[in-house]
Design a protein around this ligand. Structure first.
Ligand SMILES: Cc1cc2nc3c(=O)[nH]c(=O)nc-3n(C[C@H](O)[C@H](O)[C@H](O)COP(=O)(O)OP(=O)(O)OC[C@H]3O[C@@H](n4cnc5c(N)ncnc54)[C@H](O)[C@@H]3O)c2cc1C
Length: 377
């Protein structure tokens, strides 16, 4: 493990910081959370700016350490997060970069990096969430196409996506982990119905997706037929291992803002609250160190994050909930105003212990694969 930065990495940091100081003031205002087309345009526009400045590919072509510096500096500067680009930039893209053919990389990666195409994730089904390998969406071969029928749920960004990383069952007779394939499905193919689902926070972050005889070219399969579970593990390792790390920096910024707010409104006089904020500060510092450790481990493993991502995901999602609970305490009665950013973040933080694998599932992974405890079944 090496946590020190090289001169080249420090030079990258300085150059990026300088560019951010010039670029951020030119950004258009952020659209409201309900305005999905506006959010898509805004988030892709930011990615385009990054691309044009030479930072577009930092999520997979750069070393994990450069990626970490990038996340740290963009968050510190208050730059937009990936937003609608989450799936494409942080787990579908990296999966294609790691597992795709040269043709697939050439087709799908540049439009993600240029901020032209949005991806969504069609993994979960009504009866296959934690037990993802139980998925039943069926793909049968017909010439050069798969014909896909079934349904998906909680498909983030489906409303505005161009592509879907889709898990399908290609061999219904094989043991459940062995009959799955990973496909890239064009979202404009006939037979796809997207029904948005409204969250507690009032926005449609995800959707139900119904697939009725949708034709997907066999050439869109990433990995071998029926080897999709292995490819899925690569996707999930990016999703749990690196996709959320930029948010840790944002949480540390929120913590500083909370302390300032508490000093201003008199809540700072409460020693219990001060202790709570102090403990959270220590927690997020530790999470940042854990992130650096995980990234350094990934660097030694061809850039693919390891199972340590589950430790991070488990602790981060709970710490995030505690952070925004503390924000409510700092705000007092003003916390009832759900339009305040911290309070909408408090609502959305509830989903963090479910999305990308629930806390119980992360604990199973940590118990079985890190601590070596007996398998649950
Ligand atoms: C904000 C958000 C965004 C999401 N985005 C996407 C997306 O883009 N694409 C996508 O495919 N999915 C997405 N999901 C779905 C997410 O992956 C699932 O919700 C999650 O995997 C849990 O599955 P489930 O909801 O079916 O719950 P279930 O699997 O039914 O679990 C119900 C409860 O039982 C517990 N449980 C289940 N099995 C075990 C076990 N073996 N041991 C211990 N406890 C267990 C769970 O921890 C949970 O508390 C998203 C979810 C959220 C909240």
């Amino acid at each position: 493990m090496d946590l020190a930065y090289t001169p080249d990495e420090e030079e990258f940091r300085a150059r990026l910081r300088e560019w951010l100081a010039k670029a951020l003031p030119t950004l258009p205002p952020k659209p409201s959370p309900e305005d999905w087309p506006g959010r898509r345009a805004h988030d892709l526009g930011w990615q385009r700016m990054l691309h044009d400045a030479g930072y577009g590919d930092v999520h997979w072509d750069a070393s994990p350490t450069l990626r970490l510096i990038f996340l740290e500096e963009t968050e510190k500067a208050g730059a937009p997060y990936v937003g609608a680009g989450f799936v494409g930039l942080l787990h579908a893209g990296p999966t294609i970069a790691a597992e795709g053919t040269d043709e697939q990389r050439a087709r799908w990666l540049p439009p993600i990096l240029r901020g032209e195409e949005v991806w969504c994730q069609g993994f979960s089904e009504p009866d296959a969430g934690s037990d993802l390998a139980a998925l039943r969406t069926r793909a049968r071969r017909d010439g050069d196409d798969y014909v896909v029928s079934g349904s998906k749920i909680w498909t983030s960004h489906a409303e505005v996506a161009d592509w879907c990383e889709l898990l399908v069952r290609t061999d219904p007779d094989a043991p459940k982990h062995r009959g799955i394939s990973w496909l890239a499905m064009p979202m404009d193919a006939p037979g796809i119905t997207v029904r948005p689902l409204k969250t507690l926070a009032g926005t449609t972050e995800f959707a139900e997706m119904f697939l009725d005889e949708v034709r997907v070219p066999v050439a869109n399969r990433v990995g071998e037929e029926n080897d999709g579970w292995r490819v899925t593990m690569v996707t999930l390792s990016f999703e749990r291992g690196t996709a959320f790390v930029g948010e840790v920096v944002a949480c540390r910024r929120v913590l500083r803002e909370l302390a300032a707010e508490a000093r201003g409104n008199g809540r700072w006089d409460d020693p219990v609250l001060r202790r709570r904020l102090g403990r959270l500060n220590a927690e997020f510092r530790a999470l940042w160190r854990l992130t650096q450790w995980n990234v350094s481990e990934a660097e030694a493993a061809d850039g693919i994050p390891g199972v340590g991502g589950s430790v991070f995901k488990l602790r981060y999602s709970h710490a995030r909930q505690e952070l925004f609970d503390a924000a409510a305490e700092v705000l007092g009665p003003a916390s009832l105003d759900l339009d305040r950013p911290w309070m909408s973040d408090r609502l959305s933080s509830l989903s963090y212990t479910i999305a990308a694998g629930t806390s119980q599932i992360q604990r199973n992974i940590v118990g079985e694969r890190i601590l070596g405890l007996p398998k649950e079944r």
